[in-house]
Write a protein that binds this ligand. Sequence first.
Ligand code: SF4
Length: 250
Amino acid sequence: MNGEKRVFLGLLSILIVLMSSGIFFLFYIVRSKSSILYNFLIGFVILLFSVITIILIFTVIGFLYLVYRRKNNKALNKALLLLIDMAYPFLEILGDILGLKKEKIQQSFTNVNNFLVRLRKNKYLPEELLILMPHCIQFNECKFKVTNDIDNCRRCGKCQVGELVKLKEKYGVKIAIATGGTLARKAVMDTKPKAIIAIACERDLTSGILDVKKIPVYGIINIRPYGPCFNTKVDLDEVEKAIINFTNGG
Ligand code: SF4
């Protein structure tokens, strides 16, 4: 298992330890207080904590099972994708308290999500696949409006949009460039894909993956040689590999 997955699983494990300690502490309080109502309320919290802890333990064990078995289990995969989405906000808070960089947690979350999506080995028709990317991938001085229609790109080579258009033509997939979350959501609604390959920074990828519930999203973190949101790049081999994985090579 690579280091990026470990960050997410490590935080999950710490959360399990904290929840378990909380349960023991609450048991201690119940034993030392005699009020029935008080004990009832604490008992309810213990029950709630116990259920959450069992779910978290199930998530870690289930994930490790898939990692080491390298074979998909449809129901388990679906449950884990749901559970990691639910656990993410708590892990982000915990990571913050522990002084971990948010970017690290987001990278790890994307990695865990991608592992589960890849393991499904679901295949789609090229036209059912949408590649979604941010506007900052376009050369900042380019005057052609590729957000409306990517085919407006003149493939001058000053940015990678031209290369991405070539991938679109080679495999027949759909591509959309969005200037923000609202337009990204609109692109998804308009094209109705069955799977998405999303290219973005850690923050936008995480919120996109959490946002799209019903279809698999494979996240590719962009490259930012000039800082955030400016003339960004993407590993084109990684994009092509993801297309091939989703479509059987078109
Ligand atoms: S490759 Fe396309 S989008 Fe990029 S600068 Fe050239 S014309 Fe503009």
